[in-house]
Write a protein that binds this ligand. Structure first.
Ligand code: B1M
Length: 209
């Protein structure tokens, strides 16, 4: 009998093959797809996110857990489509113009995926126009901007200004030099110091918390 706690546990340990096997077994046994996602994969990723926030695990552990999550998702996704399971929402994420740092941004993407969002990752050095076009095209509820350089922080304001003209979408910002005060100054909807909190904030902003 497939065990959802075991899926969560194996994911936290980064055992990708085990996660893949257990998700497959759960599907064969006819377990509810949404439950496998929420009580198995998302639950495991949520625990990793919380531990990361509290410095109980570090970047490598998160990356390994995310890889296990992805393995599980490749098995689960076709069944989710069949069952009509909707993502919580779509979030467009990228590192702003002139900035090539992507390790933190990638963690933010993983945490959002782990929480059940559809993620459109635009990569690095992303112009305000590209953010705006992707938000529109994907009907995103959230846009996440990352910046690691003090010199690229002003590009966040350009993005916020442009996205505001489109309306509807909420903008959250983060990255080592970024602060809540800066988010307030440029009119972003929120700031988050780490990847796990970014998801909590995003959920709150779209009323899914
Ligand atoms: Co660069 N770099 N770098 N770098 N680099 C820093 C940022 C720097 C602080 C190093 C230093 O001088 N001490 C400094 C910036 C100084 C400043 O502006 N005040 C710096 C510099 C100057 C540069 C170059 C200009 C160096 C040069 O060429 N002279 C150059 C710029 C290139 C460019 O972007 N145009 C450069 C290049 C590089 C590498 C390419 C070599 C490499 C990047 C590789 C990559 O990302 N693929 C690199 C690296 C690795 C770093 C350091 C060492 C580590 C950054 C990192 O990945 N941290 C960094 C020094 C440091 O931070 N100790 C440094 C780990 C990551 C998990 O943390 O990205 O902060 P972080 O993400 C966190 C949070 O900030 C948050 O969540 C994550 C964790 O949960 N977060 C968000 C991030 N984005 C978020 C978005 C959100 C919410 C939260 O919502 C949307």
């Amino acid at each position: 009998m497939a065990d959802l706690d075991q899926i969560s546990e194996m994911l936290q340990k980064g055992k990708a093959k085990e996660v893949e096997r257990l998700v497959g077994e759960a599907l064969v046994e006819g377990l509810n797809v949404k439950e496998i996602l929420e009580k198995g994969l998302i639950a495991g990723m949520g625990i990793i996110g919380e531990k990361f926030k509290n410095n109980q695990v570090y970047v490598p552990e998160v990356l390994i857990a995310a890889r296990a999550m992805n393995k599980g998702m490749t098995i689960l996704e076709p069944a989710m489509v069949k069952a009509g399971v909707e993502p919580l929402g779509t979030v467009v994420i990228g590192t702003v113009s002139g900035d090539l740092h992507d390790i933190g941004k990638n963690l933010v993407c993983m945490m959002f995926k782990g929480a059940g969002f559809k993620v459109v990752d635009l990569g690095t050095d992303v112009s305000p126009e590209k953010f705006a076009a992707a938000a529109k095209e994907n009907r995103a509820c959230l846009v996440g901007l990352s910046a690691l350089l003090t010199t690229t922080m002003p590009a966040m304001k350009d993005c916020v200004d442009l996205l505001k003209t489109q309306g509807g979408v909420k903008v959250i910002i983060g990255g080592a030099p970024v602060t809540q005060a800066y988010a307030d100054e440029i009119g972003a909807n929120g700031y988050s110091p780490d990847a796990a909190s970014a998801v909590e904030l995003g959920k709150k902003l779209i009323g899914a918390a």
